[in-house]
Design a binder for this molecule. Structure first.
Ligand SMILES: Nc1ncnc2c1ncn2[C@@H]1O[C@H](COP(=O)(O)OP(=O)(O)OP(=O)(O)O)[C@@H](O)[C@H]1O
Length: 591
């Protein structure tokens, strides 16, 4: 079966340990027949046999040896069980560790489309609960199956050895038990698939709620969110109960059949003893080992439940395990070259799903130029810049950097040459210093300060109680939107990229600070092509060229002065932002 093949594949490195553990399990469980055998001899030879009195008088040594043997084998079994459990735990924990790292790498290597499609809560469930279910399968389910089977077979073999007919009477119960178990397994499986989906929904809601707590509070929607969570929680709990209750439909049958073993033994075994066909000792051995038949049947329900959970979890893990990103690094990790920074869009069109977001866009940015991109919300600005570092690939046309199609460049080299400050600023739970030096952790502190200065962040960082060592991000101090943007800008600048992409990075800073940032950007000490998405004319005014996007097409292109003359979208934005008439006179005067 594919799932078990997968487990075997991922056990690489621990296979010997695991097989050894399985062998010890088999050996340990086979020993279960020893004590019933010894007790059979004690009963027959020293208690109920015809020569019992004589043996008790003459053969005490044997009795003591048999007694000690029973104690010895019990201790040996306990020791083996301890050692075996340790082996299972080590093998399964090692596998869990390896698969978790592998999955984490897989997730890291996925492209943006993957993150568009997969919910964070679901991915988190895969990385935690689902993986732990796989570990549980290795360390408990398989172990239990092997041990139950061994005990069952050992008991059957031993019973056959004592009395074939009585054993066959007992085994009559096995087919109906397996039939009931099979029907139960088929019924419960879809329930666990559904249960797993509900758990993922619950985790997604929890994650979104914690991450978006501020929005919830701002809109005073706590009650609504609690209701939503309770709803999902009740959903999950109901599904859990339903799955558990299904077991109760089958449990009585299995319990009755399991009890049936003892009843058959008592009736048939008792008759055989009375007939003299079975000795008391043999009957005692049957009684001592009958649990070897009934217990596996009793635990069949738990095993089936766990196996179904395992299948449901593994299917989810497979989604990540075998997911391949569309955008791959086809050229391996090369020693990085520094690019000139020439960017060319050649008849680029792009669709996320069906709707065209960029339509036949063409433009060129020469090395060192600064291009501003403006346009209404949803016009495709972010999409356009996402094509340069290949966060997405074009649907038609091509994007060239230094004359080469980005799809032909080594991905790490391409992205290593681009500094990006995105619209949604994410700072990691780390010091400010660590956040700014994210792209180059060995960066000297003076450089970190220098880039913070360029991004107009130094002054406010300095005023913080711990300065650059202040922890920010999720568990750190709160920063204003503008402060976060400036740290993100410093982080993008710190890699000294030949291509710098800023997506609305100064939207939350005041005009004076923005002025400072623009001056810094103009005077960068390294050659740099800049693409700046902005809504403010104050940001775009000094760009070498401004592109206006509308509905995914470039509808205006030119310098600030040229676009004002055109009296199109840019002019309207300018007028709006400069509050009309008084300034219009000034513009007209400039013409
Ligand atoms: N990940 C995505 N999946 C599907 N559609 C998307 C995705 N991202 C953006 N879109 C759609 O593509 C269009 C362009 O979005 P984009 O973010 O590029 O616009 P924008 O000009 O940057 O807008 P804004 O100024 O609001 O940031 C929008 O209609 C948006 O709904």
């Amino acid at each position: 079966m594919f799932q078990f093949k997968w487990l075997w594949h991922n056990l690489k490195g621990d296979r010997v340990r695991y097989i050894f553990a399985l062998c010890l399990s088999v050996a340990g469980c086979s020993l279960t027949i020893i004590n019933p055998y010894l007790s059979q001899r004690i009963v027959d030879e020293f208690i109920a046999g015809p020569d019992a009195a004589r043996n008790l008088a003459d053969g005490r040594g044997l009795l003591i040896a048999l007694g000690l043997g029973m104690i010895g084998f019990s201790l040996l079994r306990t020791g083996l069980a301890y050692f075996t459990t340790m082996l299972y735990e080590r093998a399964s924990q090692n596998m869990l560790y390896r698969v978790r790292i592998f999955l984490y790498n897989k997730i890291q290597g996925q492209d943006m489309r993957y993150y568009d499609r997969n919910r964070t809560g679901d991915l988190m469930t895969k990385m935690t609960g689902d993986l732990d279910m796989v570990r549980h399968t290795l360390s408990w389910i398989i172990k239990t199956i092997i041990e139950s089977l061994t005990v069952f077979l050992a008991a059957v073999v031993y019973f056959f050895y004592i009395d074939v007919e009585l054993t066959l009477w007992l085994l009559i119960l096995s087919p109906p038990i397996f039939l009931v178990a099979f029907i139960f397994a088929r019924r419960v499986r879809p329930m666990y698939v559904d249960l797993r989906e509900r758990l993922s929904q619950l985790n997604t809601i929890t994650q979104e709620n914690i991450a978006g707590n501020r929005v919830v509070k701002a809109f005073a929607r706590e009650e609504y969110e609690i209701e939503k969570f309770t709803d999902k929680s009740v959903n999950y709990s109901k599904a859990n109960k339903a799955a558990a209750l299904v077991w109760l439909d089958y449990f009585p049958y299995l319990e009755i059949f399991s009890q049936g073993f003892t009843v058959i033994l008592m009736v048939a075994g008792g008759l055989y003893v009375m007939d003299g066909r079975l000795t008391f000792g043999e009957f005692a051995a049957f009684t001592a080992l009958i649990w070897g038949l009934s217990n596996p049947m009793r635990s069949i329900g738990i095993i089936i439940n766990d196996i179904q959970r395992f299948f449901a979890s593994l299917t989810k893990i497979m989604d990540v395990y075998y997911a391949e990103p569309d955008i791959v690094n086809a050229h391996g990790d090369r020693a990085k070259r520094r690019y000139q920074g020439r960017i060319q869009f050649e008849n680029v069109s792009f669709k996320y799903d069906s709707a065209t977001v960029l339509d036949n866009v063409s433009f060129i940015v020469e090395p060192g130029e600064t291009i501003a991109i403006m346009g209404a919300t949803g016009s495709g600005k972010t999409t356009l810049i996402n094509l340069i570092p290949r966060f997405y690939d074009v649907t038609k046309g091509c994007v060239l950097v230094d004359g080469t199609d980005v799809r032909k460049l080594a991905l790490n080299e391409l992205r290593g040459n681009i500094g990006v400050a995105t619209q949604d600023v994410l700072l990691f739970s780390d010091t400010i210093d660590g956040n700014i030096a994210y792209g180059d952790p060995d960066m000297p502190e003076e450089d970190v300060v220098e880039f913070a200065r360029l991004a107009a962040a130094h002054n406010f960082i300095e005023k913080m109680p711990e300065g650059y060592d202040t922890i920010v991000g999720e568990r750190g101090v709160g920063l204003s939107g503008g402060q976060k943007q400036r740290i993100a800008l410093a982080r993008a600048l710190a890699v000294q990229p030949p291509i710098l992409i800023l997506d609305d990075t100064t939207s939350a800073v005041d005009l004076e600070t923005e002025e400072h940032i623009q001056k810094s950007l103009r005077e960068l000490e390294f050659p740099c092509t800049k693409i700046i998405i902005a809504q403010r004319v104050s940001t775009t005014a000094e760009a070498d060229r401004i592109l206006i996007l509308d509905g995914g097409k470039i509808v205006e292109e030119g310098t600030h002065a040229e676009l004002l003359k055109k009296r199109g979208y840019y002019y309207d934005v300018f007028m709006l932002q400069n509050e009309g008439i008084g300034r219009e006179a000034k513009v007209s005067g400039q013409e």
